[in-house]
Design a protein around this ligand. Structure first.
Ligand SMILES: O=C(O)CCC(=O)C(=O)O
Ligand SMILES: [Fe+2]
Length: 293
């Protein structure tokens, strides 16, 4: 019943926390005996006992979805977009809200995967709402790195190709992001890079990059320290910014028309030397992971 294998209405001896009352049941004269107090019983027990004594029936229904009650132990209203942090407490709603509506279509056997450049794959992953809230969370946190080579967040303290970025560990979303990698990204990877299996994917570098003309407008050619990299577009070219995109130098092939919520997946080294193209106006945001360094 709780897992919705059955839908229906059940007559039950006890209800608690939250209920709807048909007022006419309580407007009868004997309903005056309904009480929340009875020796030795807590208030819910006392209430239900008095309803039973009066022959007033209680029911539980799962015929309709009424939404959910948040768990106040884990729902942290001090966070920007606390629902984003509810992945482990409220998985079903989280997935409905934040996974891209076309995510599953990538697994359609009749469909050929999108490959905008050689061995660069392109999949819908996260919803528009996810992208909007993810950017909000980063901007509310606001502590973008300074783009220099020294980076205290890394074990080595050194970043060879620095970006202006925020790491997921800084905003308490690293566990959530690793779960996304394991549950949603890994199955896509297994489909296109066949025979490579690594579960769970390992990733220590998970970050949002911000490109702006007056801050960091582009990223010089480099390899990533990854087996494969994912690069998720969080906003939209020619709407939120001009220019931008990712160029794969060996193939002289660029992806400029990136789509919000879609990820690019490409090998990190050797063949996929790449660069971040110049943003000439506005702000471009991407979420990047170096998977299996
Ligand atoms: O701007 C891009 O799309 C490329 C980003 C990138 O290569 C990186 O962050 O390592
Ligand atoms: Fe890169």
């Amino acid at each position: 019943m709780r897992n919705e294998m059955f839908r229906g209405i059940w007559n039950v001896p006890f209800i608690t926390n939250c209920y709807l009352v048909k007022m006419s049941a309580l407007r009868t004269s004997n309903a005056k005996a309904v009480t929340y107090t009875k020796d030795g019983l807590d208030s819910d027990m006392a209430f239900c006992a008095s309803l039973r004594d009066l022959g007033i029936f209680m029911h539980v229904s799962n015929e309709m979805d009424f939404g959910h009650l948040v768990n106040p132990e884990t729902y942290d209203i001090s966070r920007t977009h606390p629902d984003m942090y509810q992945l482990f407490d409220n998985k079903m709603e989280w997935t409905t809200r934040y996974l891209h509506e076309d995510y599953l279509s990538s697994f359609d056997e009749k469909k050929k995967p999108n490959m905008p450049c050689p061995d660069v794959y392109w999949f819908p992953l996260m919803s528009k709402q996810f992208c909007v809230e993810w950017i909000d969370i980063m901007e509310a946190f606001g502590q973008w790195s300074d783009g220099s080579n020294s980076d205290k967040r890394l074990e080595s303290g050194y970043e060879a190709v620095p970006t202006r970025d925020i790491h997921m560990s800084q905003v308490g979303l690293d566990r959530h992001w690793l779960h996304i990698l394991k549950e949603f990204v890994r199955p896509l990877q297994e489909m296109v890079f066949t025979g490579y299996y690594h579960n769970p994917p390992v990733s220590v570098m998970n970050f949002v990059v911000r490109y702006r003309p007056d801050e960091q407008p582009s990223l010089r050619p480099h390899h990533d320290s990854s087996t494969y990299t994912i690069n998720l577009a969080l906003n939209t070219p020619n709407v939120d910014y001009e220019g931008g995109g990712c160029r794969f130098i060996r193939y002289n092939c660029s992806v400029r028309d990136t789509k919000r919520g879609w990820l690019l997946m490409h090998p990190g080294r050797l063949t996929h030397y790449h660069e971040g193209l110049l943003v000439t106006k506005g702000t471009r945001y991407i979420m990047v992971s170096f998977v299996d360094p």
